[in-house]
Design a protein around this ligand. Structure first.
Ligand code: ADP
Length: 163
């Protein structure tokens, strides 16, 4: 049984992330989407909120589960019995960092491999940071995230502005 992990900060989950989750879920027998604790300096959403949003967005996928993790990714992979780490590649700019991470992880845990899925073209420009930036100036983010996530982002932005 091929178990895989898709790690990230998902602050918040975008349509680009969901595309990778759906595609990886079709190839892998089991996929754990893992929200990294402490990966973003000033996150918009707490780890629990990010997990909750991801759970709602992936509820229709029976072989996908969502959790959070702290520490080394390869340790988490070993604990959960996953042999594959899934990462998304958007542009050349992602490549150098991703290559370094994949090689480091292979050195530490040779039994765990990293698999890259290239982005679907319509999401190649998309990142959580872009979503937050557009939302901060009250721009339309409906093309970037699902309606549920859009609502959650707008509520967060309101709370921030009232502080
Ligand atoms: P970001 O904050 O840049 O969205 P994350 O840490 O949440 O990044 O991303 C987790 C993984 O998802 C990374 O492998 C990243 O390359 C990938 N990813 C992020 N956005 C997209 C996208 N639009 N298309 C494909 N992969 C993506």
């Amino acid at each position: 049984m091929t178990r895989a992990i898709y790690p990230g900060s998902f602050d918040p989950v975008t349509r680009g992330h969901l595309d990778i989750i759906e595609r990886a879920g079709r190839t892998m027998e089991h996929l754990t989407v893992a929200v990294l604790v402490n990966s973003v300096k000033n996150p918009l959403f707490t780890v629990e909120e990010r997990v909750e949003l991801l759970r709602r967005e992936t509820a229709h996928l029976p072989n996908v589960e969502v959790t959070s993790f702290n520490g080394l990714l390869v340790d988490f992979a070993r604990e959960s019995g996953a042999k594959v780490i899934i990462r998304g590649l958007r542009a050349v700019t992602d490549f150098e960092y991703e290559l370094q991470m994949a090689q480091t992880n292979r050195k530490i845990a040779p039994e765990v491999d990293t698999l890259f899925l290239t982005t679907s073209l319509e999401y190649a420009y998309l990142s959580s940071s872009i979503v937050k930036e557009v939302a901060l100036y009250d721009g339309d983010i409906s093309a970037f995230v699902t309606p549920e996530v859009e609502h959650a982002v707008k509520e967060k932005m309101k709370q921030k502005q009232n502080r």
